[in-house]
Design a protein around this ligand. Structure first.
Ligand code: UGA
Length: 440
């Protein structure tokens, strides 16, 4: 059993901390935000993530997981320290690593014996060197440490599963000793023969950006294919399905939609693009993926505008789904934000509903009319825009939907409704890359 401290209790820190304690280690999650730690100490989880509450409960009850604001003490008592603080987008698209730097200084000051310092936050390539430099500058004489980059690949909404059953664990270690310690932290996965990819620090940092940027690129690609499908009368679902049956392509991340959002892809594509500019090594594909994504969000607003006759004024639109993806309450960079803003700017009104994210969206749009069910949202509206593919929306009765709406007009940006059924029920509709039907 190792003594581990995880600094930062956001998605990555909290899920990793709880997951590592589930592997049998003694984990302290530390954060300077008192309100968050207070909630966690009371047994409440500050984010919505399926399965996280059980994972936390189980390990707190077993005495393996605790929470503290005493970051210095937590560093002193640990063998391995994970840095999992935020790296928001800064100027020029580059990630802002000031929180990582602050943590590095704290670790240096509290370095009482040999420790492994491990970064989980998504950080620009070269950050490992900077962390080591800051630790060396601030540590007491005789301090000893090794550095590891251990990027995380979990997705919001399935973070617990992704952490406990990853495809691989990337360990970019500055020494064999540090690699062995990290492998021991992930022992249950290693025993189950999950690949442990041993690299140097810069390679591990690069793997994270390259993987996220590639997934974003894949989404932008299928979104452009979908748009072309619309122009030539092809169905993108069948195109994506047949493409995905080629093992070299894979069906994953080939779902067209309203453009990717969240706290990772938008930020990480900008960060790798900024890095490529800085290094003078163009990444034209990533620049294009970013442009396509912005255009896709705009394209959705144009589609809705066309569906309602070219003008939002005096129209009330029901927006179903506010989170950037299902099973999360996170609305960061969600396509629904641009959609709502465009409707409001055009003089329209919005009734909005998300099964989990109403409260988060209230911070962006405090004055919208928020509903508590799809029925309440769609009642007496001129059109409905489906922005997130929650199961609740897949199961909507089209008969009932038509009955309660002022006019049966639907924009399905996630392609979750059957176009045959929409036609049968007499809806006017549009989607992404499939047959549309409306009076233009
Ligand atoms: C993403 C990566 O998938 C994780 O591997 C990574 O660890 C994480 O970023 C991170 O860097 O922390 P996440 O942003 O939580 O995870 O969610 P995704 O499931 O990747 O979805 C991102 C966006 O892409 C969503 O808006 C989603 O709707 C969209 N998307 C995804 C599509 O439009 N089509 C797809 O086929 C897949």
């Amino acid at each position: 059993m190792r003594k581990i401290t995880v600094i930062g209790t956001g998605y990555v820190g909290l899920v990793s901390g709880a997951g590592i304690s589930d592997f049998g280690h003694h984990v302290t999650c530390a954060d300077i935000v008192e309100s968050k730690i207070k909630l966690l100490q009371e047994g409440k989880i500050p984010i919505y993530e399926p399965g996280l509450d059980e994972l936390v409960d189980r390990n707190v009850s077993a005495g393996r997981l605790s929470f503290t604001t005493k970051v210095d003490e937590a560093i002193q008592q640990a063998d391995v320290i994970f840095i999992a603080v935020g790296t928001p987008q800064g100027e020029n698209g580059e990630a802002n690593i000031s929180a990582v730097e602050a943590v590095a200084r704290s670790i240096g000051k509290n370095l009482n014996g040999y420790k492994v310092i491990c970064t989980k936050s998504t950080v620009p390539i070269g950050t490992g060197d900077r962390v080591c430099e800051l630790v060396r500058e601030t540590m007491p004489e005789g301090g000893e440490f090794d550095y590891v980059s251990n990027p995380e690949f979990l997705r919001e909404g399935s973070a617990v599963k992704d952490f406990l059953w990853p495809d691989r664990v990337v360990i970019g270690a500055s020494s064999d000793k540090a690699f062995d310690i990290l492998r021991d932290v992930y022992r249950p996965l290693y025993v189950n023969e999950k690949p442990m990819v041993h690299t140097n620090v810069a390679t591990a940092e690069m793997i994270k950006y390259a993987a996220n940027a590639f997934l974003a690129l894949k989404i932008s690609y299928i979104n452009e294919v979908a748009n072309l499908c619309e122009a030539v009368g092809a169905d993108v679902h069948l195109v994506a399905k047949a493409m995905g049956q080629d093992g070299r392509i894979s069906p994953k991340f080939l779902h067209p939609g309203p453009g990717f959002g969240g706290s990772c892809f938008p930020k990480d594509t900008h960060a790798i693009a900024a890095l490529s500019r800085k290094k003078g090594v163009p990444m034209n594909t990533i620049d294009a993926a970013i442009i396509t994504n912005n255009d896709q969000k705009k394209r959705m607003t144009e589609k809705l505008k066309n569906l309602v006759g070219g003008d939002f004024s005096r129209k009330t639109i029901g927006v179903l789904g506010l989170a950037f993806k299902p099973n999360t309450d996170d609305v960061r960079e969600s396509s629904s934000i641009e959609m709502i803003q465009t409707i409001l700017d055009g003089g329209g009104k919005v009734k909005a509903y998300d099964p989990m994210a109403n409260e988060s969206m209230k911070k962006v749009f405090p004055n919208l009319n928020y509903s508590h069910s799809w029925e309440e949202t769609c009642d007496d509206v001129d059109a409905v825009a489906i922005m997130t593919e929650w199961n609740e929306f897949r199961g909507m009765s089209l008969e009932k939907l038509k009955k309660i709406m002022k006019a049966p007009i639907v924009l399905d940006t996630r392609n979750i409704l059957s176009i045959d059924k929409l036609s049968e029920h007499g809806f006017q509709f549009d989607n992404v890359g499939r047959k549309k039907y409306y009076d233009s």
